[in-house]
Design a protein. Structure first.
Ligand code: SF4
Ligand code: SF4
Length: 89
């Protein structure tokens, strides 16, 4: 299992509401109190520090390709492959 986070391109988002529906961790919501320059309420990540698993379902469902997913390998996997934990120069 991985932990992760996402970045949502607020200006591309049309607030369609699909990503909050499919997120199994329930960490995306539509920001009803915000508007982007196109007049849509954009999606936003809530609890960005903890709950996202990096599963990428939200990214796959988004019709406007607004969501980028970042994954962090589990510590056990990193320990098993020492090269992963070394800093790349
Ligand atoms: S990557 Fe998965 S857990 Fe993270 S916000 Fe998207 S759907 Fe939710
Ligand atoms: S699926 Fe994409 S366009 Fe729809 S609310 Fe989520 S980020 Fe915005």
């Amino acid at each position: 299992m991985t932990s992760g986070t996402i970045s949502i391109d607020q200006e591309r988002c049309k607030g369609c509401g699909l990503c909050p529906i499919v997120c199994p961790q329930h960490v995306i919501k539509i920001a009803e109190d915000q508007l982007n320059t196109k007049g849509y309420h954009p999606a936003q990540l809530i609890d960005p520090e903890h709950a996202c698993t990096g599963c990428a379902i939200c990214s796959l469902i988004c019709p406007d390709v607004c969501i980028t997913v970042f994954r962090e390998p589990h510590r056990a996997r990193m320990a098993a492959v020492p090269e992963l934990s070394k800093e790349v120069i």
